[in-house]
Design a protein around this ligand. Structure first.
Ligand SMILES: [Zn+2]
Length: 384
């Protein structure tokens, strides 16, 4: 009964879904375009207020707003979270050059898939739930404004964590996958900016006085790369190296950019400790190494709660006659890391299906918008 009703409500809303999606894709909201992100936030806030949600805005000095909107704020049971982000990786001009368009069932435009599609799915799922009279639990939307930079210039991550505490479950509407995978695990990351000071000298006249910063870097890199254990999900990449002034000068300076990735906090603690041990060792006497660890993201761990929620989503998808999903773990991070860290069972990549996010070839399958609204609304009903 309820399922039929949901189907017909979505059917009647198809044009409004596309209309809101088009409007949002055509507002550029790259992470650095704070004004653009905030404009997107106010479009969503207005829409969600009109649906009767209680809303709250977190402002940050150097990043776009985080929007919180809650339907049924007074319902007694634990809330269900709908997670999204309003920023994209694109510039402030992209939508002028390639505005939203639909061709042969695929939608194009900056951030069309990652993740304006998912945000629109979240909002319309909430609207559908309201229209069928769902009032068992609060539905809380958390849309951040700087996910693509992992909240390095804000405390957006802490806001997600704090707002998530005590929730029953979270659906993250990140980029959906064309292979029907639903994401149940993501690697955590941490970056290191390393600076090595040596002693520069003329390599012919004073070779004895020189202390090569590049040699020190090379010896460290061999050790660091040796920490890689791909089957265990323990990764380190020395991806940036810069040093020296000429081939006849013993180099007095070298920098290394490092990123670690890990499937669990335990492996994260292990690899980050080992990286720091190597960085603190001196291989070429007379060189000095300093480093700063950049703010990373925790791993989204495949907890028993995550798997239980995934199983429920899979059952609902099959019952609705959609292609059977499968659980996947991926290397890239998302805000799901913060909800899982807060102890909330979370499934990720519940957004529209498509490919090539972060490029101008990005597209989203239009019909998957409606499929995913139906899947999310019925998933909420199936959570007891
Ligand atoms: Zn995203």
């Amino acid at each position: 009964m309820e399922r039929e009703k949901i189907k017909s409500i979505i059917e009647a809303k198809k044009d409004s879904v596309i209309e809101l999606w088009e409007k949002l894709v055509n507002i550029d909201s790259g992470t650095y375009d704070i004004e653009g992100v905030n404009k997107v936030a106010s479009v969503f806030e207005e829409k969600l207020k009109s649906l009767g949600c209680e809303t709250k805005i977190y402002k940050f000095e150097n990043a776009g707003n985080t929007l919180i909107a809650t339907l049924n704020p007074d319902a007694k049971d634990e809330p269900i979270l709908f997670i999204g982000h309003m920023d994209t990786v694109f510039s402030s001009q992209d939508s002028k050059e390639r505005p939203f368009k639909i061709e042969e069932g695929k939608a194009y435009g900056p951030g069309v898939l990652d993740m304006k599609a998912g945000d629109v799915i979240a909002v319309f799922t909430l609207e559908v739930l309201k229209e069928i009279g769902y009032n068992k639990r609060p539905i809380k939307i958390i849309f951040s404004g700087d996910e693509e930079l992992a909240h390095i210039n804000s405390t957006g991550d802490e806001v997600i964590y704090k707002e998530a505490i005590g929730a029953k479950a979270a659906l993250n509407f990140e980029t959906g996958r064309v292979d029907e995978g639903i994401v149940v695990g993501r690697m955590g990351t941490r970056g290191y900016d390393v600076n090595i000071e040596g002693v520069s000298a003329h390599s012919g006249n004073n070779p004895d006085l020189g202390r090569s910063a590049i040699l020190e870097a090379a010896k460290k890199i061999v050790e660091l790369e040796g920490l890689n254990d791909i089957p265990r999900g323990k990764l380190v990449n020395c991806g940036l190296v810069n040093g020296g002034v000429s081939n006849n000068t013993i180099p007095g300076n070298c920098t290394i950019g490092i990123l670690t990735r890990y499937v669990s906090q335990e492996i994260g603690d292990e690899i980050n400790r080992e990286v720091e041990e190597i960085l603190n060792q001196t291989f070429v006497e007379g060189t000095k190494t300093t480093f700063v660890a950049t703010k990373g993201i925790p791993s989204m761990e495949r907890t028993p709660g995550v798997i239980e929620l995934y199983d429920l989503v899979e059952n609902v998808a099959v019952e609705l006659g959609f292609p059977k999903p499968h659980p996947v773990e991926v290397g890239g991070g998302s805000d799901s890391a913060f909800t899982v860290s807060a102890g909330i069972p979370t499934v990720c990549a519940m957004g529209a299906k498509g490919e090539f996010n972060h490029t101008d070839r990005e597209y989203a399958v239009v019909d998957s918008m409606f499929e995913r609204i139906e899947l999310a609304a019925n998933t909420v009903l199936a959570i007891d």
